[in-house]
Design a protein around this ligand. Structure first.
Ligand code: KE4
Length: 433
């Protein structure tokens, strides 16, 4: 079933740490060999051994319209013919910026970078440059990429691997990152009062997707907005994952709270390496070459990546019904999961925001990293592999969000629910022995 994957993994490990270019792919928390894929179309994945899966990872978010989405492929092909990079301005970058400001009206100016990590790293540097302050507040279990300032109580792979505080991050850096539990505005207020006029920014995932999926409690985002206004602190929404996924305008649109800066990744590049940060012109104009805060990138605004991102965002912008379709499909899956877990007496909690789903095998509510970590990781591990056997590819960690793509059709939804119905009894049987 996985002969070629095993061979490729053994070969990869000779040259690449752990055989992977990102730990989230390593299958560390579920065990076994990370699957090597050959191709994908829509929501179908095909591995190097010819096995076929329904994809609920979506490349960790970008593939909201499925893999090899025709408008994206066409745009990439046409642009690549004209060269893959100039290191000079192109109209495409302006088209991307104009499109994002139409989809997210609170964005007055933005800068393209090459990853979500670059976007968040740049955003806090801008906030520090704008305020003249050094400290930031992040939330436990939120993941903002691998920038030094964020590898403090980080989620995603860092949580999965049980290394939320990474070696290599100096004390000098770590001291300027304060943390609070997600959904706890009182804890944030306490930090702001204890560090008066020292906090440059609060950065958070407005919908947390790196401790599983955890929505903001009612009033939480509003309270952070008020606290930032009160303390002259920059509010940064890290929408690398939820941006363009839960609505065209992302979390700002869904929760009607305006951030000062927003970071993007994943969907904005349609699977090509793209990140972006943007927001109020008054803040963004501290960025070089207008202002003194330096930020740069050889491939930032890369024309092929811009063509891909513009093609995808344009489809999302001109067809808002896509989000209704995604909501319907995601609700069907959630209901199907609930029916099966209830039928088998499983203890579980499901959080869902649009097409981002978090499944936890523990009592709810799951509102922060601490409650998320109560999930039965062993049950998840077994279920992951049983679902794989059934041809369903879930995120290989209990601390990642499940993503539904709009390429998913009724047959795939039905197959997924049947796969779960087949898998749960086998997991229960195995855990009994
Ligand atoms: P990248 O540098 O991986 O493009 O983006 C970092 C990042 C920033 N902010 C949020 C909210 C994110 O979710 C991410 C990256 N997400 C993980 C998946 N949970 C990427 C997968 C990986 O690390 O391989």
């Amino acid at each position: 079933m996985f002969e070629k994957t095993e061979q490729l993994f053994n070969r990869a490990k000779q040259f690449i740490p752990g055989g992977v270019n990102s730990p989230a792919r390593a299958f560390k928390s579920v065990g076994g060999t990370p699957i090597f894929f050959e191709k994908a179309k829509g929501s179908w994945l095909y591995d190097v051994d010819g096995n076929q899966y329904i994809d609920f990872v979506s490349s960790w978010g970008p593939m909201i319209m499925g893999h090899a989405y025709e408008p994206v492929i066409k745009a990439v092909r046409e642009q690549a013919e004209k060269s893959t990079s100039f290191g000079a301005p192109t109209e495409l970058e302006t088209q991307m910026a104009e499109l994002v400001t139409k989809m997210v009206p609170t964005i007055e100016k933005l800068r393209m970078v090459n990853s979500g990590t670059e976007a968040t790293m740049s955003a806090i540097r801008v906030a520090r440059g704008y305020t003249g302050r050094d400290k930031i507040i992040k939330m436990d279990g939120n993941f903002h990429g691998h920038g030094d300032s964020f590898l403090i109580k980080a989620g995603s792979g860092a949580m999965t691997l049980g290394e939320p505080n990474s070696p290599g991050v100096t004390q000098g850096t770590a001291k300027d990152t304060l943390t609070a539990p997600y959904n706890d505005a009182d804890a944030v207020e306490k930090l702001l009062n204890e560090n008066k006029n020292e906090i440059a920014a609060i950065i958070l995932e407005p919908v947390a997707g790196n401790s599983g999926c955890i929505p903001p409690n009612d009033g939480y985002l509003e309270r952070l907005r008020e606290l930032c206004d009160e303390h002259g602190t920059v509010l940064i929404f890290d929408e690398v994952m939820c941006g363009f996924r839960i609505a065209p305008g992302g979390a700002q649109q869904v929760y009607n709270v305006v951030a000062d800066l927003v970071t993007y990744g994943k969907i904005i590049g349609a699977g090509m390496p793209v990140g972006a940060f943007g927001g109020k012109a008054e803040i963004m104009d501290v960025v070089s070459p207008v202002g003194p805060v330096y930020q740069s990138g050889t491939l930032s605004g890369n024309p092929v990546a811009m063509a891909a991102g513009i093609a995808l965002l344009s489809e999302l912008y001109k067809t808002p019904a896509i989000y209704e379709e995604l909501e319907h499909k995601s609700m069907q899956l959630e209901d199907g999961f609930r029916n099966i877990f209830d039928k088998h007496g499983i203890t579980y909690t499901i959080n869902r925001v649009g097409s981002m789903i978090g499944v936890f095998f523990c009592e709810g509510p799951v509102t922060d990293a601490e409650s998320a970590q109560k999930t039965d990781v062993e049950f998840f591990r077994r279920l992951f592999h049983e679902m794989l056997r059934e041809g369903v590819y879930l995120p290989p960690s209990p601390f990642e969000a499940i993503f539904v793509s709009n390429a998913m059709d009724q047959d795939m939804i039905d197959r997924t629910i049947t796969a779960l119905e087949n898998s749960v009894p086998r997991v229960l049987e195995a855990t009994k022995n």
